[in-house]
Design a protein around this ligand. Structure first.
Ligand SMILES: Nc1ncnc2c1ncn2[C@@H]1O[C@H](COP(=O)(O)OP(=O)(O)O)[C@@H](O)[C@H]1O
Ligand SMILES: [Mg+2]
Length: 87
């Protein structure tokens, strides 16, 4: 299934599809990856689709914001295991 930007914005990502992985990728920092990922997730979840946001950036901003949220989460956010042992 091909998702159009308009379809994603309207939360229409599951018509006929069992699921979809949307990657928000850019090597450069500060270009809006986290903002786009969170807002895409929110729009898609509010259209009654199940959403899991995987924050693969070691910076973990989406994970931090999700943890800081006081209200119930609209969708879960998980992080990636970090290599190495500290402490
Ligand atoms: N469309 C936008 N218009 C204006 N500012 C934006 C927009 N998208 C993101 N920002 C701002 O730009 C900064 C970097 O965004 P962020 O999503 O954290 O980038 P990244 O995840 O790529 O590092 C943040 O302060 C964010 O609020
Ligand atoms: Mg980010």
């Amino acid at each position: 299934m091909v998702a159009t930007a308009q379809g994603i914005a309207a939360g229409r990502v599951n018509s006929g599809a069992k699921g979809m992985i949307i990657g928000v990728l850019n090597k450069k920092g500060g270009v809006g990856k986290t903002t786009i990922a969170i807002n895409l997730g929110a729009v898609i979840a509010k259209a009654r689709n199940r959403v899991l946001l995987v924050d693969a950036d070691p910076q973990g901003s989406a994970l931090t914001w999700s943890a800081a949220r006081e209200a119930d989460p609209i969708f879960p956010v998980v992080g990636m295991a970090k290599p190495g042992i500290s402490g």
